[in-house]
Design a protein around this ligand. Sequence first.
Ligand code: WQD
Length: 335
Amino acid sequence: MKILLTGGLGYIGSHTAVEVINSGNEAIIIDNLSNSKIEVLDKIEKITGRRPKFYQDDVCDISALKKLFAENPDIFAVIHFAGFKAVGESCKEPLKYYKNNLLSTLNLLEVMESYQCKNFIFSSSATVYAVSEIMPLEEDFPLGASNPYGRTKLFNEEILKDYQSAHPDFNVILLRYFNPIGAHESGLLGEDPNGIPNNLMPYICKVATGELDHLNIFGNDYKTKDGTGVRDYIHIMDLANGHIKALEKMTKENVGLKIYNLGTGTGYSVLDIVNTFNKVNGNLVKYEFTSRRPGDIAECYASPSKAEKELGFKTTKSLEDMCKSSYQYQKQNKK
Ligand code: WQD
């Protein structure tokens, strides 16, 4: 089957493209390269032996989208990764985020309708959940994003719910990611943010390779086992596999609208990550405790049981695998 991956050259998109191809499907990628590199296309081909059909276009450009579907009228499903995703930037430039992250979805729904493409998998996020003292998070917990980026994820979920209820033969799976980290075992694909990383693991990797001096741990006074923030880190390959499980479900039945957490169900603290990273890669990461980062919460981790039960989803990679593969990628791709 033909699967369209928007943002398919990005961190999550590219790892998923590899698994889409490895599961015997054809991957088509649209990506405007605003936060990804064209070389990733060669790496996907090198890993899988297949080169995805590639469109260097913006999903917000509906004429480009129409052209893509006219050339590929038999696309079975769209996996929609494309979107801006920096929390801090979204607070400074909310309109840029709302326009890009919402218009892309509206365009896709419009064009998919005219080509009877009825399967939509959306890259959602744990950030849509309202702040909760109760953990683990379950799919029916209250929603309430706390920043414009998170609200674009939440609003996209609502748009997809409304569209699906108006078109019962249209199928939507919302996948709420927790904290994806790690890299493909080849070391060819990985997380490669532009500039100084916001997220923990890419920052740690740059400290380990000497590009940054030390890690600032944002707060060690949270009500957690060691005072540092706890998150549900999931290996990028396990996350990619979650998308394959969602696709498989769509080939078997009309799912209507389904929502799944993609996490491990285990929370690890920042110190757990640093200590594990130093254990498996050599004692490379120095750190200092600094003040909390505004907007951070103490704990966030998933209940993955619904995905396990309904998708047959199971995470297989350990925290050691996540730390080892992240560093391997960083070493192999150091600028
Ligand atoms: C993890 C932990 C920090 C950096 C973000 C987005 C979320 C999702 C995943 C897209 C926290 C601590 C971090 C650093 C640190 N993205 N930290 N020093 O904030 O859980 O989630 O990425 O959907 O929407 O908000 O991930 O990696 O930024 O932080 O101490 O230099 O590491 O305080 O406890 P986060 P993160």
